[in-house]
Design a protein around this ligand. Sequence first.
Ligand code: ZN
Length: 326
Amino acid sequence: MPDIKVFDLHCDTIDALAFGDSGPFVGFASTEGDLVCNRLALGIDRMQTVGPWCQCYAIWVPDQLSELTPLQFYRQARDYFHTQMAAHGDDVVQVRDARALDEVLASGKTAAMLTVENGSPVGSDLGVIDEWAADGVKMVTLTWNGKNSIASGHDTTDGLSTFGRQVVRAMEDRRIVVDVSHLNDVGFWDLMKVVRRPFAASHSNLREACGHKRNLTDDQFRAIRDMGGIVGLNYCTGFVRDNAWGADEVSFDDVAAHIERFLDLGGEDTIALGSDFDGCTPPAWLSTCEKLTPFYQRIVVRFGESVAQRLFFENAHDFFVRNETA
Ligand SMILES: [Zn+2]
């Protein structure tokens, strides 16, 4: 059997390693190690046993911070990421332009894309978006669960702010993909009035299959599809099945129900993986990177090889290449 190719749109591994027990992951026992070798869900040494892999590494900026400003928090995590790229250049390469992706993967190295979860570091300064672009940030979720200067997350009720419209424009001008995961419904439809480029929901499922507000409505998914966007399947049990927050409460069929509906909605070219690894509780059978191999095989049996390849790699690859060229 050939290697499985993986392109995963979202994980929170950087925060766990960069901040360890001093940051938002206080109490986690497994924050030792680095991006290559660790006890988390994603370790590059183990990802390489699965096959060629492009991982979007998000810097998750919590809504509540005690000691650092959002921008300081971002910079600290970014410095960690870049230091890791420099230290492990034999194993992993940061991809700043997706057109370089095939070459990186053909060389046997893992590809890493830097992304940001929560646009709060921008504050009231559009100059931060230039900093993101210079750092190689390729995608930014406008919000986390709460409200920031750009928009409101799903725990709050306001829409996209006037300043937020400028942020969207500035991100698009720099080919930084707008990511609507965590955004509330008001903000989503406000965004639809101003967005000009294809955008992403990097780690969101479908609300008709699991009613959590973090998931997309059918109409939202269709809107993303119609613009040529991308949507990442989130493994978080509570976003797969209603009120199922335990690792043993979600079956393969529960996950497959979301894929089935994505396909019913004409999403064959829109779906990707958005694991949320190291930021959520995934099902026990899908808890770490190595388990992508049996997961892929089950997807092939249920949906066929073509859907499996699109879901696991091709759609996200093609989306980010188009993002550089269109
Ligand atoms: Zn998230």
